[in-house]
Write a protein that binds this ligand. Sequence first.
Ligand SMILES: Nc1ncnc2c1ncn2[C@@H]1O[C@H](COP(=O)(O)OP(=O)(O)OP(=O)(O)O)[C@@H](O)[C@H]1O
Length: 233
Amino acid sequence: MIRVNGAVKTFGKKKALDGLTFAAEEGKIIGLLGTNGAGKSTTLKAMAGLLRLDRGEITIDGDKPGLSARGMITYLPDVDVWYPWMRLSDAIRYMKDMYWDWNDEKVGHLLDFFELRADSVMAEASKGTRAKMKLLLALGRQAKYLLLDEPLSGIDPFARRQVAQAIVEDFMEEGQTVIITTHEVPEVETMLDEVVFIHEGKLLLQGHVETMKHQRSMSLMDILKEVYDGARV
Ligand SMILES: Nc1ncnc2c1ncn2[C@@H]1O[C@H](COP(=O)(O)OP(=O)(O)OP(=O)(O)O)[C@@H](O)[C@H]1O
């Protein structure tokens, strides 16, 4: 389980996280949703051990983020992190050398599914193709926790739902936990078990998607709008 307990992170005068508390249970697909600047990417970076909290704590199966927890986590950042000269095959080789849980067979299926060529230079690919390459590099591992920051960004609206569905149905491992941030709420609605709504670095609401939708007879997007309208007044 990943626990976020009273997380505070300040950049200059801006409080990106302001006492955020929630838990991500094992085997769940959790949508971390919120408006621009809500603190979603900061939360994932802190979980991945890429930035240190000012206060509060994050634990991953009881461990603090860092070297020992890193083996359990795959983090897909919302920015491109690969060298511009790299071909997809170079990045695949790098990941294979870095991580014992790299799965060549799965990567073969992912190449087919995304219709990617391993010899493509990553920086020369279109934004959508780069998004698929990044997803391939994240899904190629069997890490217990998958942190996906805006994985559908750049992928055209026709393919988004299909890609979201494939993540869950074809490429997720048994017992894997996924935390996904996205603004494409309707496209991911059916794949999510739970949602965590955050606003100004604080938890607004956490709940089971189907229960929330059933109780309110609303789509997830409408629930999100209602919750945020309430937070703004
Ligand atoms: N390195 C940084 N330096 C300064 N401010 C930062 C930094 N990283 C994040 N922030 C600020 O912290 C707040 C939260 O940022 P964060 O990227 O976590 O939001 P987000 O919910 O992921 O937003 P978006 O949906 O726009 O990606 C924002 O106001 C952002 O400008």
